[in-house]
Design a protein around this ligand. Structure first.
Ligand code: GUN
Length: 301
């Protein structure tokens, strides 16, 4: 085992999410330029942000910056934290009926007085570039073409472009959220490439978590706990995908650093490939959201 570990270590690959996302964005930039050259209006993505959650503000600002850099129109509807559910639904209906807006996301989490299910159901399924509407989730579950949620779609795109084999492999997913864990488990277990995997979806009530993780050929950590996945939970040679993004206070000039759900320093010694945080899945999420916006613009679904 030690020799095998050594071989794996020397061939370990850090999956460069930044480079893959840049490539996708360059492809889209050229496509948008061609659309504008034909005197058509640019694709348009709208985002609604309710309140001042710092992580949400960062995500929405990044989406806005990335869209604009590619020539995609981006508009932000920033609503006060005290906005009522009814007021928010009115803004959603307004955007649903605006023919010049192709895609709409409502940033989560929402303030606790607003029912997120009601909000998601109010978004037109044809503009639901987050892929959160029950109609689109249902289509995904039975394999019909639809908007796939951005984070799992970004992971699948990353796996595809890296040439990582999933057919017949054991994929273990940590975390069953509607945004990441549940959809990635569905997507990788369905027929396709990537896909055709045997998937185990683990959550807070899973027994023998470590034993299951040790069986994973591909381990996807979306559990929301910094450094949760340690080296003793990973099979030598496994592919490790880290979805976590956590701000950890430290004594650096900035006062913090960003870490994932995986203990990168130790796990990278035994994995065959691993995504870094930052620089991994996070950048792919934005790229996938923009891919969905293009689909909405082209009315492909
Ligand atoms: N909050 C965390 N991730 C996401 C996402 O992908 N979309 C939305 N709307 N909210 C989020």
């Amino acid at each position: 085992m030690r020799l095998q570990t050594l071989i794996q270590f020397t061939s370990m690959k850090i999956i460069d999410g930044k480079a893959i996302a840049e490539k996708i964005k360059n492809e889209i930039k050229a496509e948008v330029a061609a659309i504008i050259d034909r005197d058509e209006r640019a694709p348009h993505l709208a985002a609604i942000l309710v309140g001042n959650d710092p992580a949400s503000e960062t995500y929405v600002a990044s989406k806005d910056r990335n869209c604009k850099a590619l020539g995609i129109t981006s508009s932000l509807y920033k609503l006060d934290a005290k906005t009522t559910e009814e007021e928010l639904l009115k803004v959603i209906h307004f955007i649903n009926n605006d023919p010049d807006i192709d895609g709409l996301i409502v940033q989560q989490p929402l303030p606790s007085h607003i029912n997120p299910d009601k909000v998601i159901e109010a978004i037109s399924p044809a503009k639901d570039v987050d892929g959160f509407h029950p109609l689109n989730v249902g289509k995904m579950a039975i394999g019909l073409p639809t908007f796939l949620p951005a984070t799992p779609m970004g992971i699948v795109e990353m796996i595809r472009r890296e040439g990582i084999e999933t057919e017949g492999k054991h994929v273990v997913v940590l975390g069953r959220s509607n945004i990441v864990g549940t959809p990635i488990a569905t997507m990788l277990s369905r027929k396709g490439n990537p896909g055709n995997a045997t998937v185990t979806l683990c959550h807070s009530k899973t027994a023998n978590l470590k034993e299951l993780c040790l069986q994973a050929d591909v381990l996807i950590a979306a559990i929301g706990k910094p450094g949760f996945v340690t080296a003793d939970m990973v099979k030598p040679g496994a592919v490790v995908i880290d979805v976590g993004i956590h701000r950890i206070s430290d004594n650096s000039e900035k006062g913090y650093h960003i870490a994932g759900d995986v203990d990168f320093a130790e796990v990278s010694k035994i994995a065959s490939a691993i995504t870094p945080v930052p620089g991994g899945v996070g950048l792919m999420t934005i790229a996938a959201l923009i891919m969905n916006t293009m689909k909405a613009f082209k009315k492909e679904l």
